[in-house]
Design a protein around this ligand. Sequence first.
Ligand code: ZN
Length: 274
Amino acid sequence: MLLGVHCSVSGGLEKAFTEAKKLDIDTFQIFTRNQRQWKAKPITKKEKESFTKAFSASKIKTAFSHASYLINLASDSDELWNKSVNAMIAEVERCEALGLAYTVVHPGAAKDKDENTAMETVVKALKQIIKATKGNNVIILLENTAGQGTTLGYNFQHLAKIIDMTESERTAACFDTCHAYAAGYDISNNHGFKKTFEEWNKLIGANNLKAIHLNDSKTQLGSRVDRHAHIGQGEIGNQAFKLILKSFPHIPKILETPKDGNMDEKNLEVLRTL
Ligand SMILES: [Zn+2]
């Protein structure tokens, strides 16, 4: 079914497999580093070995990372833009070392720039990251966003444009249910779900959908506020998740819901029942 969660790596990267085994999942997402700091060490030989060993001993089919939230590939500050590009290069290298298929990143925030100029800045960054990591297999997934503040990616056209302009096989996209709903894509019913993915396929392409984040939304349709809720306990409701599971069995689907107590187990149970 390719269903999993964002796993914790506290105590070591290979700890993700311990959590995965406990939850009986076949895919996961991790942070390969402290996502709230710029500084990150490269993967050591020992880390790589224990991760690879745990990976082959597990039933995980595909695993990927989420890049740091500090990164803004659209930044108009040269300093922040350079820092962001370098952080992404390091992230891709860590993923390659660990055998992770993808790294998910938010397109960035336009701030004072107009959206088109900001998207061109993102494209410039992606081209540089891809060039610097030539020969790597890691695909960079741009995630759709709720559109808080001046963030790009709330509209599928943004992702489509960035992917098209980057002109690389190593860019694709990640669909987040909560972000889509908050951005105004009504996936909560059959009609809206169909319409949303018709638009996705037309603009971004079905082949470019590589990962899905499963989150219900605490906020209303079109609120442009990003607040993840437990599955079936938000504004989206169960039907959307049922349709996702049915429509995309072969695409890794990851919970990013709040980790209160044993809520990962409970959310997985809800999804498996659906
Ligand atoms: Zn997400």
